[in-house]
Ligand binder design. Structure first.
Ligand SMILES: [Zn+2]
Length: 384
């Protein structure tokens, strides 16, 4: 029997496929059991559950409420247990390990150093602890037969006034584990233009940054992030769909901003499951990623917050394969898009694409082809 989805990868194949992740929050990806242990060790008494399994469910349900503000509330607990050097090293190491076990070969993981100072750490000590954890996680992954490279993005919070200080920190630790800068937090009422000094500083330093924009908020936020702040990538950017009109006959018209984003190949860090939880899309099949992929925007697939969404890169790809019938070629396209859009130097991105990603997909596709040949000859035998 043939089907148009016969080239559709299954979960096990997707798990083995090399994947690249550009938008993942360190404080949104803790293992529930680690939160419980760290809470005990650091005398954090505010957890809503102390059974790891129940706690994991609590996070997903709280994040499922449909509001970005409520979604962001869940972070008080994860950030609450990440206030010591040991906790940060552990969380970062487990993050790298978990991503590697999920088949991620390159990741840029972000966090806001200013949120980890309650235990007396300095901004520098926070960055160094997380870097140490990532290196430890990479080592443990290698010992388990997985290879991953993790770079850090330093995030400044939109509602705070430390963006320039964090941008300077990102610049100081450039080439020392930090690959760029980000700005995050609730979009409404806090336009990125509040932090122009930080973006102008980074541009003068030839450094890279992404901005959370066009998630809960629409086109003005995307426009500001690009045309006022000069963002290299858009964190989410999913509302660019508001500037695209699809007529009844299927013809598509792009507005000026959507055209600009596509023409300039501006990477969209799309996070399907997270968008469903915050109400930015009604279902996977309705998620704008389908149209954006068809129109050849520089679309990438990301997890955002693995704990709150109960997801992984494999899981995100599984959802998209189910919703859109994506093939190995589509998954490779998203992965190459992400690698092209990473903040590490061009030659290193190219090497990852040519030496890791393309061979990885070629192997999976050839295994699939031989499997097909085997099952085809099997059916001929049974008929003849
Ligand atoms: Zn995010």
């Amino acid at each position: 029997m043939t089907s148009q989805h016969q080239n559709t990868p299954n979960r096990e194949q997707i798990l083995r496929a090399p994947k690249v992740l550009l938008h993942d929050h360190l404080d949104g990806g803790l293992r529930p059991a680690t939160i419980v242990e760290l809470a005990r060790q650091t005398s954090y008494a505010q957890l809503p559950e102390t059974d790891p399994e129940k706690l994991g469910i609590w996070f997903r349900e709280a994040a499922d409420s449909g509001s970005l503000e409520r979604y962001l509330e869940t972070f008080s607990h994860t950030v609450g247990v990440m206030q010591t050097r040991e906790a940060l090293v552990r969380v970062a190491a487990e993050c790298a390990e978990d991503l590697a076990a999920d088949g991620v070969v390159y990741a840029e993981v972000r966090y806001a150093p200013e949120q980890h100072l309650e235990g007396g750490l300095t901004l520098e000590e926070v960055v160094e602890a997380v870097n140490e954890g990532f290196r430890e996680g990479e080592r443990r992954a290698r010992a388990n037969g997985h290879r991953i490279r993790v770079g850090a993005l330093l995030t400044a919070m939109r509602h705070a006034a430390r963006a320039l200080e964090i941008a300077e920190l990102a610049n100081r630790y450039r080439d020392l584990g930090v690959v760029g800068f980000d700005i995050a937090g609730a979009e409404a009422g806090y336009p990125p233009t509040r932090h122009l000094d930080a973006f102008e500083y980074l541009k003068r330093e030839n450094n890279h940054f992404t901005i959370h924009a066009g998630e809960a908020f629409g086109l003005p936020s995307i426009w500001q992030a690009l045309q006022w702040c000069g963002a290299d990538r858009l964190g989410h950017g999913v509302r660019i769909i508001d500037d695209i009109q699809v007529a009844e006959d299927g013809s598509v018209r792009l507005g000026r901003l959507a055209s600009y984003v596509r023409d300039k190949r501006i990477p969209l860090e799309l996070c399907p499951s997270s968008n469903l939880q915050t109400g930015a899309a009604a279902s996977y099949a309705d998620h704008p990623i389908g149209l954006l992929r068809r129109l050849h925007f520089r679309a990438t697939v990301n997890t955002d917050n693995r704990l709150m969404s109960g997801t992984s890169m494999t899981q995100e790809f599984v959802h998209l394969v189910e919703a859109f019938g994506y093939t190995f070629d589509d998954l490779q396209w998203f992965t190459v898009n992400a690698m092209k859009s990473a903040f590490i130097p061009f030659d290193e991105r190219l090497a990852m694409i040519n030496d890791v990603i393309k061979p990885g997909y070629a192997e999976l596709k050839s295994a699939w082809l031989f499997q097909q040949t085997a099952s085809t000859s099997g059916s001929v035998d049974s008929e003849g």
